[in-house]
Design a protein around this ligand. Structure first.
Ligand code: SPV
Ligand code: MG
Length: 285
C-alpha cells in the first residue's frame, strides 16, 4: 500500500515533463511505476481490450472506474483516467466526476466526441460534439468536483476528424475558457507535423498533452522543446503483452513443453515480488 499518493495536480506543478504509460490493471500500473513513468494512463482501449471488447462505449462507467481504481490502489504515482466522452450527457459527467474523485482518481481526460464513441484509430465516424455542448460538459465537470486537486484534461479530436489545426485551436481555446486544467490534442498522422503546427500557435495558457502512437519517432525530449507537458504512451504495454503471450503460448504448444521459453519469461519469484508476498506473509507472524 503506497504511503502517499501524489496527485496529478501536484505532479504537474513540478513543471517537468510527465511521461505516462497506458495500462489496464494493477500489474501493468506497477510495472509502469517501476520503469520510471511519472503517471499511468487508464486507457479505454486497454481496459476494453483486456476483455476482448471494442473501445466503443460498450463497457460502462462503473467497469472503467473499477479498473482505474484498482490501478490507483497499487501505485503512488497518479492514474489519469481516460473517461471517453464522460459516458453520456451533463448528468453522466457530473456523476462520473463524483465517482472518480471519491475513488481516489485525481485526473480524468474527457474527449469532445459524440457518445457513443469509437477508438480514434478505428475507421468509423469520429463525430465531434458542437463546441457549446462540450464546453457545457467541461463546465459541468469542473463544478461537480469536490476537491481543488481534481484535474480535468479536455481532449480535442478535431485533428482525428480531419477538421484542421484552426478548428483544433478554436476548440482548445474554448475548452480552456470553460475551465479545463489542460488540453489533450490527438492526431493519427504518421508524422508530428500538425501537432507542431498546433503547438507553435498555442499560447501556453494551459498545459498540452499528446499521444504519439502514430508518430513514435517524435521523442519526448523533442515534444518538450515544443511546449508539451505530458506524453502518453497509451497502448505499447498492451501491444507488448499481446506479442509476448502469443509467442510464449505458441512455442509451448509447438514444442510440447515450456523448456524453450523458460529463459525468456519472468521467474515466479518476480511475480511474488510484484504481489508483495513477503509483506503479506509477515502479517501471519
Ligand atoms: C486510449 O488509450 O484509450 C486512448 C488513446 O484514448 S487512443 O487509443 O489513441 O484513442
Ligand atoms: Mg481511450
Amino acid at each position: 500500500m503506497p504511503a502517499h499518493r501524489t496527485s496529478f495536480r501536484e505532479l504537474m506543478a513540478r513543471g517537468e515533463l510527465v511521461r505516462a504509460a497506458g495500462a489496464h490493471d494493477a500489474l501493468g500500473s506497477t510495472l509502469a511505476q517501476q520503469a520510471g513513468f511519472q503517471a499511468v494512463w487508464a486507457s479505454s482501449l486497454e481496459v476494453s481490450a483486456s476483455r476482448c471488447l471494442p473501445d466503443a462505449s460498450v463497457l460502462t462507467m462503473t467497469e472503467y472506474l473499477a479498473a482505474a481504481a484498482n490501478m490507483q490502489k497499487a501505485v503512488d504515482i497518479p492514474v489519469v483516467a481516460d473517461v471517453d466522452t464522460g459516458y453520456g450527457n451533463n448528468l453522466n459527467v457530473a456523476h462520473m466526476v463524483h465517482e472518480y474523485e471519491a475513488a481516489g482518481i485525481t485526473a480524468v481526460a474527457m474527449e469532445d466526441k459524440l457518445y457513443p464513441k469509437v477508438n480514434s484509430f478505428a475507421s468509423a465516424a469520429q463525430t465531434l460534439l458542437p463546441i457549446p455542448d462540450f464546453v457545457s460538459k467541461i463546465e459541468t465537470a469542473k463544478s461537480a468536483q469536490r476537491t481543488e486537486d481534481f484535474f480535468l484534461i479536455a481532449r480535442c479530436e478535431a485533428l482525428i476528424n480531419q477538421m484542421g489545426v484552426d478548428e483544433a485551436l478554436t476548440r482548445c481555446n474554448a475548452y480552456a475558457d470553460a475551465g479545463a486544467d489542460a488540453i489533450l490534442i490527438h492526431s493519427k498522422k504518421r508524422d508530428e507535423g500538425e501537432i507542431v503546427e498546433f503547438l507553435d500557435a498555442w499560447d501556453g495558457r494551459r498545459p498540452v498533452v499528446i499521444v504519439p502512437t502514430t508518430y513514435p519517432q517524435w521523442s519526448a525530449a523533442e515534444a518538450e522543446k515544443h511546449g508539451v507537458s505530458m506524453v502518453i504512451y497509451a497502448n505499447q504495454g498492451l501491444r507488448a503483452t499481446v506479442q509476448a503471450l502469443r509467442d510464449t503460448f505458441t512455442t509451448i504448444v509447438a514444442e510440447g513443453s515450456s523448456l524453450g521459453v523458460e529463459d525468456e519469461i519472468a521467474p515466479v519469484s518476480d511475480v511474488f515480488a510484484l504481489q508483495n508476498l513477503g509483506d503479506w506473509l509477515a502479517l501471519e507472524k
